[in-house]
Design a protein around this ligand. Sequence first.
Ligand code: SF4
Length: 458
Amino acid sequence: MSKEIKDHSEAASQFLKDEQRATWHDETLWLVRAKRDKAAQQIPEWEELREMASAIKAHTLSRLDEYLLQFEAAAKANGVHVHWAADGTEHNRIVHDILQNHNAKHVVKSKSMLTEECQLNHYLRDQGISVVDTDLGEYIVQLRHEQPSHIVLPAIHLKKEDVSDTFHTHLQTEKNNYDPTYLTRSARKVLRQKFITADAAITGVNFAVAETGGIVICTNEGNADLGVHANKVHIACMGIEKIIPKAEHLGVFLRLLARSATGQPVTTYSSHFHKPRDGQEMHIVLVDNGRTQQLGREDFRSSLKCIRCGACFNTCPVYRRSGGHSYHNSVAGPIGSILAPNLDMRKNADLPFASTLCGSCTNVCPVKINIHEQLWSWRQVLMKEGFGGIAKKSSMKAMASVLSNPGIFKFSGKMGRKLMRLIPALVNNKLNPWYKNRELPEPPKQSFNEWYQKNRKH
Ligand code: SF4
């Protein structure tokens, strides 16, 4: 792991220093989770929908090459330019070339986690092209030079007071005016101007339909539509796993997506784009960037079913208490911890360990990805590949020998109970970052085994 990247537990401890914020973050996301539950309970066929979505995605992944080619042919027939990018660098170069061909210097972008993954903003800025993120949450974090901390709620780590300070500094709004309506209207005024003076619009893609060559983009603010309709060039960037076979499958995914994400029955705008309007140019960039490699990893293949709803974030006790930035990856949370090691095992070896493996993520996932099992599998792969770290490796080895020998197990338990009372530093030390922000219960006087031996006759 490079020096500037803190590991998850180190970064989480920074986040936890502000106890009030950490508690508020935890409670807010739990509220979103509760809204999701309520929305799901209102659909009697919810579980069937999840099954269906999972099956459609599994089928699509099993014939991804065919569906991608079908999509390409249909999109081209609609008059769309289709490009293929093997990785983030190629993706950025393609987007830059298109912009250069149009002499575009100012770009408006609606939310796209793929462009975050490829670090497109930095790349374009270095080429002298300005990019404005037009989703309100993304705009806030962009002004603060931060990464989104959540894939659906990019500024969820910030309070209205933080937003007010940020807008006062960058947009000269009234100091200490924390009124959300005032703040939103102020951002809206600035963004409207950006939309109409931009040279091109970049969007993400939620679903790409192989049979029609069309794409669907879901937003709550209508910013993708505004960007696309106000500009002569539309570049849509998508990971190759966004393909679904038919338009009729959209009904399944659109019903699941918004309910799982925020508890809404549907996203405010589900916009369908099939071809450029007269006088407009439309491009779609299909990006691999490690996805085919993940497809080849049997244990982790189904992570490509993800529709980026964020439900696994909202329910995860570790994410809620450690904040999105502690994951040092464009996609944080439980699913990010499965996707990240595929791209760089060394850099992201800590992430699959940032989980309690409670399985709550798996329970809420609308496409039924076995998230907690994959996190557990990654731990095994990483340990085998030598990315576990010396402390983890030696403590696991020691635990294995204790647990496989009943005599040593009994003796260690006895000693452990005594020593933990006398020397708490044995568990509360640097080698055990998980102790931070936790309190161990008082060690019992006897083990269960000892209690059972004494009480079995009763
Ligand atoms: S893994 Fe499942 S729950 Fe998590 S973001 Fe993806 S689709 Fe949503």
